[in-house]
Design a protein around this ligand. Structure first.
Ligand code: MSP
Length: 512
């Protein structure tokens, strides 16, 4: 059977700073959806990478006494190492300083230019270096209302610049949003973008002359391509664009661009306009997620509360971090990262919920049956309830994942785990094991537990790949979930299981 393709991307991260929780969040979410799709039989292309050009990188390098490429080469490794640590299954990792990217940016520039959408003029105004964004008069008024310490650093610029005729795309964009409501998600974010575009679009400055750390504008000395024009093109570069066959033909347009809410405008207004102008098709969905605060405060370097993902992984493990980030808040909304809440989820849901179910069930198979999965007898009402509840959970989890409702999917999986844990309590296999004539019933209960654990490993896999594989090893299955039959009933009697180590370690709760 021909596999359906699925292409998911994360933003490419600036190398002016080391990775933090925000970067880890999007990448873990993308990994989860990529694993889910691959396990469901899709051919998946999952892209992440780094954004290495622009004024901000140039300035950071200067301040640190490095060249921009030295800075990029040093910091990119931190991202790559973190993704390994977090079990990220990306297909490619793109750096915008690679020659293949240079080629793709020049090509899309030329296509846009050929379409009459580039012209030379003078730009006079303000530039926000941190966000690499041109500031309009209205934005400037808003910024000036902020307390001085929270205003972004602005540079006044007056230079020759190439402009992109964004104003031409107001109507086509509005039409696209209304014909493809799935283009921007969640809905409330789409409404924001629609009102922004309805408010009118001004042509966009897409080249700079007062610095040189970027891709040169084709055939135009002294101009470098605006860093967002450069960065957005990465989604094409990785697929081998400008070559139109191979991966490009196979995976473009992207199924989902995952982005934070602060960079939605670049992805949902500028990017589709560039693509329309270049005659390329548009991504199917741009999904904007919310922002994390930390212990109730905005995360910032000056407050010194930036969460370092490597540290969290070192302290609690990568699976715990993945679970917490996707379980704690609905994807799309803002939320708070707090140690107390992480500890309570780990102890309550991972240790007492999943960990306990696996260890008590396999412990009993070891103790009462020498570690061999028994033959089940006729299912009673309680086994039928577990089977039917699994059927429902499986369908709901799939539809939740299609909507990127990670937290809802996890809460449903954990409801199922709770149901099975209650089944253990009410069937009390430890009593059956002592009663004569109950061997058959004991067999049915313990087989049901082994089977429940098997299907839980399938449900949990996209979120907790290592845990799923550890569970599978305990129950004698191969780590490869994609070949596994997810229908109820596939645990083979006679399989050997081992209880082994606990899946999760309880975290000591700090007293106030
Ligand atoms: N380089 C651009 C993206 C170019 S994509 C073509 C960029 N890079 S970034 O490194 O600054 O940030 C990337 C992502 O981190 C954004 O999606 C942003 O929303 C996210 N986050 C930054 N702080 C965050 C939180 N506190 N919480 C959640 N996500 C956050 O922008």
């Amino acid at each position: 059977m021909k596999k359906e393709q699925f292409y998911v991307t994360t933003p490419i991260y600036y190398v002016n700073d080391v990775p933090h929780i925000g970067h880890a969040y999007t990448t873990i979410a993308a990994d989860t959806i990529a694993r889910y799709k691959a396990a469901a039989g899709h051919e998946v292309y999952f892209l992440t990478g780094t954004d290495e050009h622009g004024r901000k990188i140039e300035q950071t390098a200067q301040t640190g006494g490095e060249t921009p490429i030295e800075l990029a080469d040093r910091v990119v490794v931190k991202f790559q190492d973190l993704w390994k640590l977090l079990g990220i299954s990306n297909t490619d990792f793109i750096r915008t300083t690679e020659p293949r990217h240079h080629e793709a940016v020049s090509e899309i520039w030329k296509l846009v230019e050929k379409n009459g959408d580039i012209y030379l003029d003078e730009y006079e105004g303000w530039y926000d270096v941190r966000n690499e964004a041109f500031i309009t008069e209205t934005q400037l008024e808003e910024i000036m209302k902020l307390p001085e310490e929270s205003r972004p650093r602005l540079e006044k610029i007056k230079e020759q610049s190439y402009f992109f005729r964004l104003s031409r795309y107001q109507e086509p964009l509005l039409r696209h949003y209304s014909e493809h409501p799935e283009f921007i998600k969640p809905d409330y974010r789409r409404n924001e973008v629609v009102s922004f575009v309805e408010g009118g679009l001004r042509d966009l400055s897409v080249s700079r002359t007062n610095f040189s750390w970027g891709i040169p504008v084709p055939d135009s000395e002294g101009h470098v391509v605006y860093v967002w024009f450069d960065a957005l093109t990465n989604y094409l570069t990785s697929l081998g664009f400008p070559g139109k066959t191979g991966d490009f033909g196979k995976f473009w347009p992207a199924d989902i661009h995952l982005v934070g809410k602060d960079i939605l405008r670049f992805h949902a207004v500028y990017w589709p306009a560039f693509l329309m102008s270049a005659g390329l098709s548009l991504p199917k969905t741009v999904f904007a997620h919310g922002w994390w605060t930390v212990e109730g405060e905005k995360m910032s370097k000056s407050l010194g509360n930036v969460v370092d993902p490597c540290q969290v992984v070192e302290e609690f493990g990568s699976e715990v971090f993945r679970y917490f980030l996707l379980r704690e808040i609905p994807f799309g909304q803002d939320g708070d990262y707090s140690k107390r809440s992480l500890v309570s989820r780990v102890n309550g849901e991972l240790v007492n919920g999943l960990g306990n179910l696996v260890s008590r069930s396999l412990g009993m198979i070891e103790r009462y049956l020498g570690g061999i999965v028994p033959e089940p007898g006729e299912p009673s009402e309680s086994e039928k309830k577990i089977e039917s509840s699994y059927g429902e959970t499986r369908l709901q989890v799939s539809s939740d994942l299609e909507e990127l409702a990670f937290n809802r999917a996890l809460s449903r999986i954990w409801e199922f785990i709770g149901l099975v844990n209650r089944y253990v309590d009410s069937e009390a296999p430890w009593k059956l094991a002592k009663q004569e004539g109950e061997e058959k019933r004991l067999g049915t209960v313990l087989w049901t537990l082994a089977e429940s654990i098997r299907v839980i490993s399938i449900l949990a896999y996209p979120f907790l790949p290592e845990t799923a594989q550890a569970i599978r090893e305990k129950i004698g299955l191969s780590p490869d979930i994609s070949a596994e039959n997810a229908d109820w009933g596939h645990t083979e009697p006679g399989t050997s299981v081992v209880k082994g180590e606990n899946l999760f370690a309880r975290i000591k709760e700090e007293k106030d």
